[in-house]
Ligand binder design. Structure first.
Ligand SMILES: Cc1cc2nc3c(=O)[nH]c(=O)nc-3n(C[C@H](O)[C@H](O)[C@H](O)COP(=O)(O)OP(=O)(O)OC[C@H]3O[C@@H](n4cnc5c(N)ncnc54)[C@H](O)[C@@H]3O)c2cc1C
Length: 395
């Protein structure tokens, strides 16, 4: 269940398994289940108290029944709360226990934890060597399938803390192939929700494609393209650009003729993966993410016989068009796109997520209705919808 992404159901199964092993009694199995429960409470629910309780339970079983190889897992679970120096020592001890007991899963997870501890001590190059080794082995099929999830998630957190985005992106691509082969929605969601994709000016075909915009005459070469999967990626990208004094451009649908959605030498915040749309047919409103085009939006509103006033062609982005005003086929009856904007979520230059509407941050709301894209990164737009014939244009 955990592998398929149903974390709550899997938690219940693990808890039942723990009780079963205690009754049998099978202390070794009970201790490993307790450790698994600690990992789930910590990683999936952020419940450190419950996680600590399960680690304590496992540690007691390990001590009472001298379950030596499992001591390594207790060390790993406890190491994350220790200071970086102790963390490293505990992870090295766990690594040794993994080697002597032949537990390859433990060995690779311990290598990952040594990497985490070294990076947290500022020993970045050394730490990356451990992460890279653990990832290479895990993806080559050493250890267990779970090893890939553990090593990949810890590596992503660690590399993002020390801003090693290029290396992280390379491993995410390698992990993508693993996800395709074994179908692990959890890992996929973790990679794609928390981290979209970062493309670098390296001549990579994905980069070459991502820097292109509608106007073929535009030939700009950004240093980085952050393909954002969600608001978290946008906030991280804005903060990264500000802290590193980088020029920044925002790309919605990429239809700006002057090519303002890309820049030379800076960071492009590419919203094109962000296309989630939700229509509320009762209230006649729609919320759409900043990477949607009018075709994406019309597809969702049309089934309810509703439309938000857009432009004349459906391939332009809702973001740039709305921020610039938006003159379209419904203008005479319902006004411009910006007249129908009810609210927008905007990431400001200092990395805060603001809501702009008539009642919240009203001055920002005034600015984004026609003022263009310089007020922040608009991640979500909420529009008023109007009834239209279900097939448009009408026959
Ligand atoms: C073929 C074609 C047809 C068109 N038809 C119409 C039309 O009928 N009516 C009309 O009004 N206009 C029309 N336009 C103009 C179009 O609306 C603008 O070019 C608009 O900027 C395109 O939006 P985009 O998101 O696709 O562009 P992008 O190039 O991605 O962005 C345009 C500008 O907005 C900024 N921006 C984009 N997304 C965001 C965001 N989420 N937050 C903050 N800033 C952002 C960018 O940085 C850039 O400065 C047309 C353009 C083309 C090429």
């Amino acid at each position: 269940m955990w592998w398929l992404g149903d974390i709550r159901e899997s938690l219940e199964c693990w808890e039942r398994a723990y009780s079963g092993f205690r009754r049998r009694p099978d202390p070794a199995q009970a201790a490993s289940v307790a450790i698994q429960l600690a990992v789930i409470y910590d990683a999936n629910f952020g419940n450190h108290a419950a996680a600590a309780g399960w680690v304590a339970r496992a540690a007691r079983l390990v001590d009472e029944h001298a379950l030596e190889p499992l001591r390594g897992w207790v060390l790993i679970a406890r190491a994350t709360d220790a200071d970086p120096g102790q963390h490293e020592a505990m992870a090295r001890q766990a690594h040794q226990l993994g080697r002597t007991s032949g537990d390859r899963h433990l060995e690779l997870c311990a290598l990952t934890q040594i990497g985490v501890a070294l990076i947290d001590q500022g020993r970045i190059t050394e730490g990356m060597r451990f992460h890279d080794e653990a990832m290479a082995d895990a993806l080559a099929g050493e250890g267990e399938l779970d090893t890939v999830v553990f090593t990949a998630c810890e590596m992503m957190d660690s590399y993002s803390r020390c801003a090693q985005y290029q290396r992280m992106a390379q491993w995410i691509r390698a992990a993508d192939r693993f996800v395709e082969r074994y179908g692990c929605p959890y890992l996929n969601a973790s990679c794609r929700t928390h981290y979209g994709e970062v493309l670098f000016a390296t001549g990579d075909p994905d980069y070459e494609e991502a820097r292109l915009v509608w106007n073929d005459l535009i030939d700009k070469r950004p240093a980085l393209i952050a393909r954002c999967a969600g608001v978290g990626d946008v906030i991280d990208s804005v903060n990264f650009a500000r802290e590193n004094d980088l020029l920044m451009a925002v790309r919605g649908g990429g239809h700006n003729v002057a090519g303002n959605g890309v820049c030379d030498g800076g960071l492009v915040i590419d919203l094109s993966p962000m296309k989630r749309i939700r229509v509320d047919p009762e209230r006649r409103t729609v919320r759409a993410e900043g990477g949607a085009t009018w075709a994406d939006l019309d597809r969702e509103t049309q089934v309810f016989g509703l439309a938000a006033p857009g432009g004349k062609v459906s391939e332009t982005g809702i973001a740039g068009l709305t921020l610039g005003g938006g003159i379209g086929l419904l203008r005479r009856k319902h006004g411009l796109s910006c007249d129908n904007l009810l609210s927008a979520d905007v990431v400001s230059a200092d990395g805060r997520l603001l809501t702009a509407s008539e009642t919240e941050n009203a001055d920002l709301f005034w600015g984004i209705r026609g003022g263009g894209g310089n007020f922040g990164v608009a991640t979500t737009f909420e529009y008023r919808l109007h009834p239209v014939p279900k097939s448009w244009p009408p026959p």
